[in-house]
Ligand binder design. Sequence first.
Ligand SMILES: Cc1cc2nc3c(=O)[nH]c(=O)nc-3n(C[C@H](O)[C@H](O)[C@H](O)COP(=O)(O)O)c2cc1C
Length: 259
Amino acid sequence: MLQAIKLRKSIRNYKDSVVSPQHIQNIKTIINEAKPLFDNIPMEVLLIEDGTKITDTFKGLISKYTKVKAPHYLAFTSEIQEGHLENIGFIGEEIVLKLTGLGIGTCWLGSAIKQDLFKTLFTVREKQSYIILVAFGYPVKPLEQVVTRKRFDKSKLITSTFDPKYEPIIQSLIDAPSSINSQPWKLAINNNKFDLLLENRNILSKKILKDTNHIDMGIGLSHLYNSAIELDYKVDLKKASHKDIGSSLYIISAILNKD
Ligand SMILES: Cc1cc2nc3c(=O)[nH]c(=O)nc-3n(C[C@H](O)[C@H](O)[C@H](O)COP(=O)(O)O)c2cc1C
């Protein structure tokens, strides 16, 4: 996953060709094996092979940001319960990173299609709601290691001191995608315990990204979790009762151990 984290970036230009039958098969396996953060929240991943079902709905949309045209999409649906957005971000990003490993480009799409329209086009399970899309396909330019990304400085993310051995794990979190690159995450590190908090950095993100930022938190946690696992840590994800810090909202803790 560390390699995939370095290769991943949001792809907005795709080849017209569809993904090979072998890769579609691989993707189905990836979806089936992806690990949720909260396995008690019913959710589903829909593989939309015919991307025109989505792109045909783009006609009335004005913003280019919402209209990423791709040959295929994944759609995430879930029951609405506490933690469902973090859950979708976490499981979705595992799928995104594994697709990256196959040389497939991806882009999370937060506002491409509205709930009501989605329900007229696809079957959504009872009690579930449509949450978000991920566009995917072969990128026009093959994926290559991303050397510089537009990201906040690390000091904005972490205020505590930490053991330098955690550097690659923290970098993986920094490299994660987030809605309009808002990077809402904040880390409070105490020895081997990482508390992940959601920080609304401005009024805009507070109002517009209220929900999507919770998806971003799950995505960031997926980067943190998967990089730590690859570096041979055992990772225990636990939600403590109440640990908001100032205006930052506590989400979850990751406790890292090595044998
Ligand atoms: C939850 C979420 C929603 C997003 N929605 C869109 C979108 O609607 N359109 C788009 O072009 N990119 C979208 N993105 C991609 C972000 O703009 C992108 O991740 C961010 O700018 C960082 O760039 P990178 O992914 O290339 O590292 C979204 C990302 C996330 C995580």
